[in-house]
Design a protein around this ligand. Structure first.
Ligand SMILES: Cc1cc2nc3c(=O)[nH]c(=O)nc-3n(C[C@H](O)[C@H](O)[C@H](O)COP(=O)(O)O)c2cc1C
Length: 223
């Protein structure tokens, strides 16, 4: 299973989202999945922010693009290729100011490309091209935004991720949200991490079953 694994936390060794995403890859391997990882740290290799040149070039038809326009789009083309080639995505990020880290937003802006990650069919309907892939979002939050908590209405992260990825075809993402990890007592943080670990183990078992079925049907087709 080829996994595109993306980390987005400004923190490194101390980052919980990075530790949880590494843990998930280990869980998959422990489930016997043959994992190949394509890794991107968007805080190091941050996709370029949208520029005027990008905004113009991205909506031009391929045959209308100049060499400069093609050069403007090259990094985004390469990112889309990585997405299309993966079987699954693991996107890990902290919540920053109720939404996503800006480096991950830059990733989405590079990954949402007309004619590549989404296309229009003959009737003009949008058809996202990433419907084949499994998607896992691992988010870490300082506060507890689960229902019934004072900040539960502040979650602008989950809907933004769902909308952006549904548009490019990823309609059924799985979320593991570790919370509260900062603005709480030690006991609540430990419990939150425990819950996240248990949920990740469950997702890894599901993905392993999916992978076995997928590889099995491929073998069946080639037999
Ligand atoms: C700049 C900044 C903004 C943050 N904004 C929020 C927020 O809006 N809501 C929240 O629950 N936690 C917020 N946090 C806390 C982080 O989401 C939390 O500590 C998370 O566990 C960090 O993940 P990491 O360990 O992978 O970096 C913020 C942290 C930082 C550094």
């Amino acid at each position: 299973m080829k996994i595109f694994h993306v980390d987005s936390s400004a923190k490194r060794e101390r980052s919980n989202s990075r530790a949880l995403s590494r843990q998930f890859i280990e869980n998959l391997r422990a489930e016997g999945v043959d994992v190949e990882v394509d890794y991107l740290d968007v805080t190091v290799d941050t996709p370029p922010h949208v520029t005027e040149a990008f905004a113009i070039a991205t909506y031009k038809e391929e045959h209308e693009r100049t060499a400069d326009m093609r050069a403007t789009l090259a990094a985004s083309d390469a990112l889309c290729k990585r997405l299309l080639e993966a079987d699954a995505f693991v996107f890990a990020m902290p919540m920053y100011n109720w939404s996503m880290p800006s480096a991950f937003k830059a990733f989405i802006d590079s990954a949402t490309r007309p004619g590549i990650t989404y296309k229009a069919d003959a009737d003009g309907n949008i058809v996202g091209q990433l419907s084949r892939q499994k998607v896992l979002f691992i988010t870490t939050r300082g506060a507890d935004l689960r229902p019934g908590n004072p900040f539960s209405s502040m979650d602008a992260l989950t809907p933004a991720l769902k909308a952006a990825f549904a548009f490019i075809g990823a309609n059924d993402p799985h979320f593991v949200d570790a919370q509260p990890l900062q603005f709480s007592d030690q006991e609540a943080r430990i419990e939150a991490l425990k819950r996240a670990h248990a949920e990740l183990a469950g997702v890894a078992a599901d993905w392993a079953a999916w992978e076995r079925a997928r590889v099995g049907s491929e073998l069946h087709e080639t037999a």
